[in-house]
Design a protein around this ligand. Structure first.
Ligand code: PHB
Length: 389
């Protein structure tokens, strides 16, 4: 074959491939969902993917006349992997929006990519206060640790828990929880005789719990990321901490609905503060939990699923407003959204791009043979107390 002939053929073939590919791109709305599907945070990935798929099953797979394409990628919760995947999704797949982000370091790693490519980024899980400041393209549908912790620091001293030791995972969300719980408790006349930090990966709680036993506070306040709560509960009970008169309290991550029902009756009475309980009494949540279970072999949605489901809502409604465009138009459609979530009312603050929502006080109770986080009080419309502006 002569060189000129070859070139012409190659170009023709490229044209034939290029034509429909370009068309397909125009008719799809692409969501790049990056989640930990394996490794220690795998339950977060499983919950959020299931919630995203449920949202699509309920609301259809077209939006603004475009076919929605959900591209799910496993980052194994390693931030370097998250960054590489995000880059590929933006450059090769040309996604309209990035979403997911199981842990804070993964969300932080992608902020600069969102900014440079002007790609909106919906944080559905990670919950360190400062994440939304890592890029003007970040919008959050999960929660923040300051938001959840402050409510419990108001509740505890009024309920006889004045001396409280804190025990947190030693990274962003844990440090937020420790700081905001401690400052608020002390403002309320309480004391924090010790603040303990456990490694984020492969924590051994035993030596820390022994220390707590020796201090013998009224309560132990715990933050560990979703998936680690059951291990804390088990060791807390095995060491007879409850029998020694130490109450376990924490943000709702510790009585995670993904694990709660398997924690046993030792979990009964544990008080936590959080934005979502699978037991939240509303018609919308009933429908959410029922259909979620039906589509996923009886699985109970946890707060990660709520963040994923609401994140899809924010994306769909923004895509309608932007007529399927990405970039700044899509971002604009996300800001200021106000709607009813399975968690209750929620709002995306247009200035901070962070979630404003109710925080509930809940107690673990048994109902119909199952353990639930039963809400007994609510603080309405809580903004993230961690925002510096
Ligand atoms: C986080 O890494 O930001 C994170 C992970 C799991 C949680 C809360 C926060 O349950």
């Amino acid at each position: 074959m002569k060189r000129r002939q070859f070139t012409a053929l190659t170009l023709a073939a490229a044209g034939a491939l290029g034509g429909p590919a370009v068309l397909a791109q125009d008719n799809t709305f692409k969501i790049g969902l990056i989640l930990p599907m394996t490794g220690p945070q795998a339950t977060t990935g499983r919950q959020i993917e299931a919630a995203a798929r449920l949202y699509m099953a309920q609301h259809g797979d077209t939006v603004a006349g475009k076919k929605v394409q959900l591209i799910v990628k496993d980052d194994t919760s390693l931030p370097d992997v998250t960054r590489r995947i995000a880059q590929e999704l933006v450059v090769n797949d040309k996604v309209h929006v990035l979403a997911g982000f199981g842990i804070t370091p993964s969300a932080m790693a992608v902020g600069p990519i969102a900014t440079q490519s002007k790609t909106p980024m919906v944080v559905m899980a990670a919950a360190t206060s400062s994440i939304t400041e890592a890029s003007p393209y970040i919008v959050r549908t999960s929660f923040t640790l300051p938001q959840a912790s402050v409510a419990l620091a108001d509740w505890a001293p009024k309920n006889g828990l004045k001396r409280v030791v804190t025990l947190v995972s030693d990274y962003g969300p844990g440090l937020d929880a420790e700081k905001f719980f401690r400052e608020r408790l002390m403002l309320n006349g309480g004391q924090v005789p010790e603040s303990l930090r456990v490694p984020m990966r492969n924590p051994d709680f035993a030596p820390f719990l022994q220390k707590v036993r020796d201090i013998k506070p009224d309560a132990l306040f715990v933050f560990v990321p979703s998936g680690a709560g059951a291990a804390v509960m088990k060791q807390f009970l095995e060491r007879g901490m409850d029998k020694a008169g130490i109450k376990l309290i924490g943000t709702g991550d510790v009585t995670d609905d993904d694990q709660l029902n398997d924690m046993g009756d030792g979990a009964l009475g544990v008080v936590t503060s959080h934005h979502y309980s699978a037991n939240h009494p509303s018609a919308l949540n009933k429908k959410f939990t029922t259909e979620f279970a039906k589509a996923n072999k009886g699985m109970r949605p946890n707060f990660m699923a709520a963040g994923g489901y609401d994140g899809m809502r924010v994306i769909y409604e923004a895509a309608k407003a932007s007529k399927g465009q990405g970039g700044d138009a899509l971002l604009a459609g996300m800001k200021g959204q106000i709607f009813e979530s399975p968690r209750g009312p929620m709002f995306i603050d247009a200035q901070t791009r962070d979630v404003v929502q109710n925080i509930y006080l809940r107690k673990v109770e048994k109902k119909d043979g199952q353990l639930w986080n039963v809400e007994f009080d609510v603080i309405k419309d809580v903004k993230d107390p961690g925002k510096t502006r």
